[in-house]
Write a protein that binds this ligand. Sequence first.
Ligand code: C5P
Length: 240
Amino acid sequence: MTRDEARKKVIFALDVNGLAEIDRYAGILAGKVGMFKVGKELFSATGPDAVRAVQRHGGQVFLDLKYHDIPNTVAKAMLESARLGVQLANLHALGGAAMMEAAATAVRKEFGDQRPRLLAVTILTSSTEETLRGIGIEHSVQDMVVRLARLALDAGMDGVVASPLEIELIRAACGPDFLIVTPGVRPGFASQDDQQRIMTPSDAVKAGSDYLVIGRPIATAADPALAADLIVDEIVAGLS
Ligand code: C5P
């Protein structure tokens, strides 16, 4: 794998709450990572200006708003996300097949092959079997992850967000073209923070992850650009 191929797999989680911090990180990292993830905190603080700020620095965007609502509302919200020119956007698979189909159909109709790739969140990695039992789901987390990934594929979604430890099962159920985006990635040099079930960047890519979402190992490094470079090096070294 070339450095450029490895770099494109790294998505930096912009877990900040203001435009000035976007300028700081995107200015440093635009040529160093493949994409920037804008999530609920940042989007609630700044709205679509966050996406535009990243784009002004030449960065691509994963809009991580995890929609879950009635099909018509999610389809319209997803269309507006696509119109911002983002590369990845997502929703909760727990919203069901009709909701995912409505979003996938609306976005494919307007954007065709130029569409952002649509991802489904299966079961949040913060959820345990106990969490599921509390909401009346009597299946294991693993069974639910595979079931929801398969439902997402059949509903026309392009991929899922998942723990690196779930990659193998999802690949087996959904095939080689289904995108798998994994947070919970920690390079050798970084702290584990509050992430519980982690993998190194190269192990996650070897296991079949298409994109790695990485936040604090880059954000809190003394030199974030260097940290991003080291992660890319680690991926290339692990795969050669
Ligand atoms: O700083 P860190 O690398 O842990 O950031 C990971 C990012 O991925 C955060 O934005 C976090 O909210 C997100 N995420 C996660 N686990 C999930 C889904 C999203 O860590 N299951």
